[in-house]
Write a protein that binds this ligand. Structure first.
Ligand code: GCU
Length: 335
């Protein structure tokens, strides 16, 4: 109800154009993380930057904590222009355009360096980020969301331990199929519902990066975090296409600089946040970290690559380039 009223207020303000300070155009950005999360820190830097350059015209407002609704809902609001930007997990974007399926493949990247090199490769990323015109949005930058592993009420040491367990996944066909191949039972839901579902035993576990143990407090109700590291799924900042296309060239250049700043600040904060979250989960929440044989998990889900490429053949050249970048990164050491 609270969310609905918030939304009503925002849509009302938008229609009437009446809520801006001195008639400034309000830019609304939604995300689903808490205020101390690297994503919010990055967005605050973005806000400050845009307002320092274009503050007479724009008032940037950030709505954290799913205040405007779940990620799926806020992507829809961004499509229609009710809000301007949302940070969405790549996992759910595949339902809006299946080109995003590529980054939902488990074990697509063989290291963090590989993941970053791919996401920073403008030649590879730009066609994907701009492929969604018909869906009414465009991606403007990516943010780190680390690597995803299972966390559960009972320890997961091998994929066999997942058998029969109900595991929350993000809403997307690739994730559901991945869970099937792992042998567990996929239960798709939005992030905000996971804590109660764990607590009430609706699910036996979930999968995410380490920050979810502390920032969304899942470590209070799931005490085993098992590093099978099945996915590195980026978060993507998407913007309403009409809004972006309505910017003058000069404004767009400033926004582009802002997006770069956001990405840099968010990623700089990421590594430390993971270390802190791990310590807090271990020391204050008694979460036990498990380091299983990752190869056993890989074997289960690697067939998904061929399956997806067959059903979505336009991904093949992108997939091949991702592999190639992997080899280049390995050869070049640390680049
Ligand atoms: C990560 C990611 C979010 C996503 C969440 C989830 O926290 O950064 O964008 O919503 O996982 O599992 O739903």
């Amino acid at each position: 109800m609270k969310k609905f009223l918030n939304l009503l207020l925002i849509v009302g303000c938008f229609v009437l154009g009446a809520c801006g300070k001195e008639n400034k155009r309000i830019i609304r950005i939604a995300h689903n993380q808490i205020q101390t999360h690297p994503t919010n820190i990055g967005l605050l830097a973005f806000e400050e930057f845009i307002e320092s350059k274009l503050g007479d015209k724009y008032d940037v407002q950030i709505f954290p904590n799913e205040l405007l609704g779940s990620q799926v809902n806020t992507v829809e609001l961004t499509q229609t222009g009710a809000i301007d930007f949302v940070v969405a997990s790549n996992a759910i974007l595949e339902s809006f355009d299946n080109i995003y399926q590529i980054f939902n493949l488990p074990y697509l990247f063989n290291s963090t360096e590989h993941y970053h090199a791919v996401m920073d490769n403008a030649e590879l990323i730009t066609p994907i980020f701009t492929a969604t015109e018909k869906s009414g949005f465009e991606a403007v930058t990516w943010l780190d969301a680390g690597q995803r592993s299972f966390y559960t009420k009972k320890p997961i040491n091998t994929p066999n331990d997942l058998k029969g367990l109900k595991i929350r996944v993000q809403q997307g066909a690739t994730n559901i199929r991945m869970m099937e191949l792992f042998g567990g039972s996929a239960t798709p839901m939005g992030l905000a519902e996971v804590y109660t579902a764990l607590q009430q035993g609706v699910i036996d576990g979930a999968e995410n990066n380490e920050l979810s143990l502390t920032s969304t407090k899942h470590g209070e109700v799931a005490k085993f975090y098992s590093y099978d590291m099945h996915q590195m799924v980026p978060d993507i900042l998407i913007g309403n296409l009409k809004f972006l296309n309505g910017l003058s060239q000069e404004e767009r250049e400033i926004f582009n600089e802002g997006f770069k700043l956001l990405s840099r600040v968010q990623r700089d904060a990421w590594e430390d946040s993971v270390i802190q979250a791990k310590q807090q989960a271990q020391n204050d929440m008694n979460v036990q970290f498990i380091y299983p044989d990752v190869e056993l998990f890989k074997e289960k889900v690697l067939p998904l690559h061929a399956e997806v490429l067959e059903s979505n053949p336009k991904l093949k050249p992108i997939y091949d380039r991702v592999q190639e970048i992997g080899r280049e990164v390995k050869k070049g050491g640390n680049n």
